[in-house]
Write a protein that binds this ligand. Sequence first.
Ligand SMILES: NC(=O)c1ccc[n+]([C@@H]2O[C@H](COP(=O)([O-])OP(=O)(O)OC[C@H]3O[C@@H](n4cnc5c(N)ncnc54)[C@H](OP(=O)(O)O)[C@@H]3O)[C@@H](O)[C@H]2O)c1
Length: 170
Amino acid sequence: MSDGLTDAFRWIKPHNFKVSIIAAVGNNNELGDDNGMLWYLPTDLKRFKDLTIGNTVIMGRKTHDIIGDLPGRTNYIVSKNIRGKNIFNRLDQSISSVNTEQCFLIGGQKIYEIGMEYVDKIYLTKIDKTFENATVFFPNINMDEWKIEWESEKIEENNLSFKFINFIRK
Ligand SMILES: NC(=O)c1ccc[n+]([C@@H]2O[C@H](COP(=O)([O-])OP(=O)(O)OC[C@H]3O[C@@H](n4cnc5c(N)ncnc54)[C@H](OP(=O)(O)O)[C@@H]3O)[C@@H](O)[C@H]2O)c1
């Protein structure tokens, strides 16, 4: 019987903690461009902070170049090229090293792509707009494997309409 966990996740899971993805996307799964995010949504940033505070955030080296270390959280970086404290050359090693109750994969595209198999929850902010200049995209969520656990009402802010959607594995 399936417990919803992939073999990869079961193998690396060192103790009973939660690994989630958190991301904000446009209508075509747009994540951002070479300079960073394509929108400014304080309500989304507050939710991001409320969920991640006190826990570990794991990000790709390029996302770290853009946003730096996030205060109040343990920051892990994934890179094949740089070395240092809290820098890992494999995503699975970074997840295995987490010693907070929860850990969040916070982007960007590369980390979401390789991280999808390790997570049991996706916190998605879906923005009802197409961003033509996007260069990075969130991977497709296969609804054969995932179901919507909860979704918020529409929220209007800064001339954008968005909602929060939580996905869990079937
Ligand atoms: N909308 C959102 O929620 C959201 C969230 C986060 C980021 N973003 C956006 O995403 C963009 C950045 O995403 P990105 O895909 O270009 O970069 P990224 O995922 O942030 O970082 C890519 C880097 O991670 C390292 N990496 C990737 N795969 C690896 C692997 N298998 N093993 C070891 N290291 C690996 C490499 O670092 P080295 O080159 O150092 O080896 C690679 O260059 C930005 O536009 C940012 O604003 C959006």
